[in-house]
Every structure is written in structure tokens, then in C-alpha cells.
Design a protein around this ligand. Structure first.
Ligand code: FEO
Length: 394
């Protein structure tokens, strides 16, 4: 349990047991479900935790307020990782008033049959706790329709729901966490690209709304809280940059392979580009690494897709990746294709159709080689591809 300020306490938990967040995204460093307690004449709990962790959170709450009651539970987001313990909280604190907007209240009924002791708020609603005031800002589709943020006026703290969050457990990080530190940045990017990335426009609208508020601290529902001016500025800038799909200079070589022929070409391209001083990351697509691939597609500006032709089309993992990129509407990228075919091509055409549909910039002609990489005589085409990548990225 950490202090955010004299009267605000972090009472959430870490989850080290879940292997896949949303049963999709790997959690190799755990995840936190953050919940915050504001202690005033009235007491408010901001967001809750996933059901299996309710007892631990309740113990954290007891450690702060003993036997005092909680008056309000503010629900910024209804996804069950934050809402599935609300019923338990209501049993323990029977007078608890659950606070949300119209869409929140409808979901409370739909998910949990909770229909009593509710307070419906709208954009700009002010709730007084005594000495402190909470103002609610609706931020729909960041990343669900009911999502909102809660601002504590006197403390200048915004409780942002999933926005500005990160994978990874927390452990008393304190006041000086830097979102640009690689230790945090990659997991912030991975969380954004996996969970929030489809909703660039709602992110931009929320940032515009927040730009009118004096924010000194940001408390998200996942990952570290941003507790100093520098980190607040940096995480907001990062979200601004991501919502515009802006990227660093660098190459993501991402490929599927069956028998290693496309893979050999992938490593040849990597070697040549790195020799020329280009930043390269390489991913062999597997059922489990889309999460990391998406992170790097949001991070870097050039995507080189490798795929063997499979049933006249792209390899299935490549198709899945292209579908995930399309769903997230990633724009402003440069790209090309390489890959093998056994008797007839097809993958190159599919990748080019995909790139065209995304309005990506084709920086070099696709290289499709017959059967093996080493015996196909495609060295010159691969060299051209590498030269064009190097020219484009440097
Ligand atoms: Fe952390 Fe969208 O739930």
C-alpha cells in the first residue's frame, strides 16, 4: 500500500498468477489492479479489483481506515478486472453508493444485477467528499463506452482508468518513475497497442479534454502511478504521439515460416540493415507473441513482412497479425514484403493489398523467391530490398 498524498492511498493488488491478460496477452511481469482510497469527511474508493483479489484489497483498505465505512465507490471502468468485486464491496459496506455514468449503471445491472444505491453522474458533475471535490470527465471508448476519469480538484490528481496504464506488477515505485525509462516504456507501449490502440480518436478527444485541467498526478488502474510533473508530462506526450500513430525510425522484420526458407531471408535482411547502422527488431510470429509484435509496430516506422505462400495466401499467423494491425487502424508506416513459395506465389499479393488498404508506403518491390532462399538466385533482389530499407530509414 502506497501513499499518493496525505489523504490518498493506493490499496490495489498485484496479480502474478494470470498468464494471459484477457486470455490473450502474455503477462511475464504480472499486472496490477490499482484501486485508490480518498479519505475525507466522506470516504471514496476509486475503482475496484478483480474478484479473486477482493479480500487482499479489503485488508489494504482496513489498514488505512480501520472500521470506518466507505461512502462511495467510483467506477471509472466496468471491465471485470476492475468491477467483479463490486458485489463483495457492497456486502461488506451496505451503505456504499456506487457512482458511475448512465452507461456504467446499465452495465452494473447487466453484469452483476446491481440496481440499488447508485449515483448517476454526467460530464463535469461535482461530488463533494467534505474538503475535497471530485469532478467526473466522461472519456467514452477509452476503451469501453462507459469509461470516465475522476479528478480530485484540491489534490490535482486524475484517476484515469486504463488510460496511461501498463502491464507489470508494481512494488512501491514511489514518486520518480519515468515513463520514458525502458524499464517501463516497452510495457506501456505493449499495453497501449494491445488494449487501447484501436481507439486513437477517443484517446485524442480525452487528451483534449484533459488539456484544460491542472494535473499534477495521474493514477491509472494498471502499472505505476505518475506522481511528478515530468512523468505526467511525458506520459501525456507519449499518448498524444501514439494517438497520432507517430513512430521512431526503425525496422520491424516480422515473419512467419514453415521450413526456415523465409526465415533465412529475414536474417539476411536483418544482418545487412544492422551493418548499415539501422535499428532492427525481428519477430518470428508464433501463436503467443502478437502482443510484442503489435508493440513494435506501434513503436517503429518501417514494417517488413515475411511470409511463405500458404494455400495461395499468406501464412495464417501473418494473416492474423495483419488483421490485428488493421483493427487498430495503424497508419503512417513504410513497408515491403519477402518470402518463399513452393510452386505458385500468392502471399506477396496479399501483403501488398494489405499495405495499400492501410495507405502504407511501399518502399521496395516485394521479393518472392521460389522454394529455397539460398538456391533461388534472389540475392540481388534481397540486396535491393535492404538498400531501399536503409535509404528509407536513415
Ligand atoms: Fe483494465 Fe479495460 O480493463
Amino acid at each position: 500500500m502506497n501513499k499518493i498524498s496525505t489523504d490518498i492511498f493506493s490499496v490495489g493488488v498485484n496479480d502474478f498468477g494470470t498468464i494471459l491478460f484477457e486470455e490473450l496477452w502474455p503477462l511475464n511481469k504480472g499486472i496490477s489492479y490499482n484501486s485508490y482510497l480518498i479519505v475525507d469527511e466522506k470516504i471514496a474508493l476509486i475503482d475496484s479489483v478483480e474478484y479473486p483479489f477482493a479480500e487482499e484489497t479489503i485488508e489494504n483498505i482496513h489498514n488505512v481506515i480501520g472500521d470506518r465505512d466507505i461512502d462511495y465507490l467510483i467506477v471509472n471502468h466496468m471491465e471485470p478486472d476492475h468491477s467483479s468485486s463490486i458485489k463483495k464491496m457492497k456486502e461488506l459496506y451496505p451503505n456504499l453508493v456506487v457512482v458511475g455514468n448512465k452507461k456504467t449503471l446499465s452495465m452494473l445491472d447487466g453484469f452483476y444485477k446491481i440496481t440499488d444505491n447508485l449515483l448517476e453522474v454526467n460530464d463535469g458533475y461535482n461530488l463533494s467528499l467534505g474538503n475535497k471535490n471530485l469532478v467526473f470527465y466522461l472519456t467514452p471508448m477509452l476503451h469501453w463506452p462507459e469509461t470516465m476519469m475522476t479528478y480530485c480538484v484540491e489534490e490535482k490528481v486524475i484517476f484515469s482508468g486504463d488510460a496511461f496504464g501498463s502491464y507489470g506488477a508494481v512494488s512501491g515505485e514511489g514518486d520518480n518513475v519515468d515513463p520514458e525509462d525502458d524499464k517501463y516504456k516497452d510495457e506501456i507501449l505493449r499495453y497501449y497497442s494491445n488494449i487501447v490502440g484501436k481507439y486513437a480518436l477517443p484517446v485524442a478527444k480525452a487528451l483534449s479534454k484533459l488539456s484544460h485541467i491542472d494535473i499534477e498526478k495521474i493514477c491509472s488502474t494498471h502499472g505505476p502511478a505518475w506522481l511528478n510533473y515530468d512523468s505526467v508530462k511525458k506520459i501525456i506526450n507519449l499518448y498524444d504521439h501514439l494517438s497520432r500513430y507517430e513512430a521512431e525510425k526503425g525496422v520491424v522484420i516480422v515473419y512467419g515460416t514453415m521450413y526456415g526458407n523465409t526465415e533465412l531471408a529475414a536474417f539476411r535482411i536483418k544482418e545487412k540493415c544492422e551493418k548499415a547502422g539501422v535499428k532492427v527488431v525481428i519477430h518470428k510470429l508464433t501463436p503467443n507473441n502478437l502482443s510484442y509484435v503489435l508493440r513494435d509496430i506501434f513503436k517503429y516506422d518501417t514494417i517488413i513482412i515475411g511470409s511463405p505462400t500458404y494455400n495461395m495466401s499468406v501464412f495464417p499467423f501473418v494473416a492474423n497479425m495483419m488483421s490485428a494491425i488493421k483493427l487498430r487502424g495503424v497508419i503512417n508506416r513504410k513497408y515491403s514484403y519477402f518470402g518463399s513459395y513452393a510452386w505458385a506465389g500468392g502471399a506477396a499479393k496479399k501483403v501488398i493489398e494489405f499495405g495499400d488498404s492501410m495507405k502504407w508506403n511501399l518502399i521496395s518491390q516485394p521479393v518472392a523467391f521460389k522454394q529455397t532462399f539460398q538456391y533461388s538466385g534472389c540475392d540481388e533482389e534481397i540486396n535491393n530490398l535492404c538498400n531501399n530499407i536503409i535509404l528509407s530509414v536513415k
